[in-house]
Write a protein that binds this ligand. Sequence first.
Ligand code: CS2
Length: 466
Amino acid sequence: MSNAPKTGIVHLGLGAFFRSHGAVYIQNAMKKDGGNWGVIGVSLRSPGVRDKLRKQNWRYTAAEMGPEGLKTQDITVLNDVLVAPENPQAVLDAMADETVKIVSLTITEKGYCLASSDGALDLNHPDIQHDIAHDMPKSAPGYIVRALQHRRAVGLRPFTVMSLDNLPNNGAQIKAAVLSLASQIDPDLAAWIGSEARFPPTMVDRIVPATTDALIAQIADHTGKQDVAPVGHEPFSQWVIEDQFVDNNRPDFASVGAQFVQDVTAFEHMKLRMLNGTHSSLAYLGAVAGFRTVSEACGNEDIIDFLTHLWTEEIIPTLTPPEATDLPAYAKALLQRYQNPAIQHRLEQIAMDGSQKLPQRLLGTIQDNAKAGRSFDGLALAVAGWVRFLEGKDDNGNALSISDPLQDQLQELITTAATRDDLVTKLIGFKAVFSDPPAELAPALLAALTKLDDKGALAAMRETAR
Ligand code: CS2
């Protein structure tokens, strides 16, 4: 495609979220304001997406799924897709290219290789150990450090590193991880990155369920074209960014709906606690109660009451509203988004990686309520729901599919506990998840687990919301 814009962005973690969110903003901004902001996507693990997209010249359909039906957009912003384990040098070459100004990431919480105790880079992580000793990296922080090392060596300016993941203070976390790794390799390099590179904090939001065969067929019906790698997303989208870019080199995202702000913190807390916190609560308690999707669960009155209780009694009191934002109205809008019948968002998809998600989604909110002397029965019930989910069966005896990087340790802990009391003590002592639990958590968690065991998830939610 000769008239394709040059590559200005390399994106690590080419999942459905980026293809439905960041890629759409980039394409719209380029359409509006021009510029060379083509994207090279990088899969850090498997060739699946690359193999499908290659057949379509890297083009794909982004389908907005709303109550009124489907709206599709042809996304052409990808110039290439690389699979890092197959050819790490090609990834480094792309990141070291002079035209590349931004490296963005959606690698999920576990992709940052952070020690969950304090959020610093886990220097004992096998991939980080590897990347300290080898020029050819395996981890995302490793790719960033080695590419910046090369740019510095040939006199090129650094690129901006932009995390688009649901991590608290994502800009500072990726910056700390990169500097920590660089200082293990070359302290001068670390100093250069620290002074010259930029790591803008962001808040990203769009509900993107995994692509299903049903969606592929629906899009083929709607467009008359066969697309083997489309993505489906809700109509809503939000992107809040602190405007910190190397040499201010970036697309004009604000011209296509993104928000540039001085401080992302209030937006991020609101989104991580009010959306992702209730998503995880729904994922565990809803699945244990026998529901399979968000919209299905949010059709149930007891669950709606429980969510409303979480928002009004336990989450909003811990938040400072971002500028021009009404939090109760935001909660109402969230419920509507969850009830969107066009989106089949599986609870088990959201339930993945709980050990990586709970600290910023539930445990921080619990901490703040405990400090303020407020009760947090609903949030404790959500954590108890996570425990029940890890036990692998819903209230009807049906199996639940579990995926978590700490799955073995957690299931070992759960299955070897003699009593619920013993389980709670062991769990609260599991520092990889509960780094600083308030004293009030253990009794609240035991009471919640007992309520779940005795009454079942739906009745437990009903009782808690009363
Ligand atoms: C979800 C998020 O899978 C999950 O953990 O809670 O992907 C959620 O859909 C997005 O953060 C919404 O912006």
